[in-house]
Write a new protein. Sequence first.
Length: 95
Amino acid sequence: MALAKEIIIDTGKTEFKFNVDTPAYNKYINSLTPNNKIQPATNFLMAAVDESQVKELKDLLQQPAAALHLASAIVEDFQPEFNFTVKKSKSAPSK
């Protein structure tokens, strides 16, 4: 089941509307590498932002680290909260 969510980010100057779904989220997460974070974040944001706000978002993304902070805020809001617990096995570990 794919999750889809509209996320509003208020930058203090503008409220940006992003439409994020599971495939877009997965594509973003899978594209992150230790040496490449800005371009995947920028691509994710540009693909998800409301079409009427593309130019304004491009202007905002010229600021250092804006893409990372925006993408991080969206990912945090998009991800469901999980509470997983690992239970200890009663059998001896295999060697």
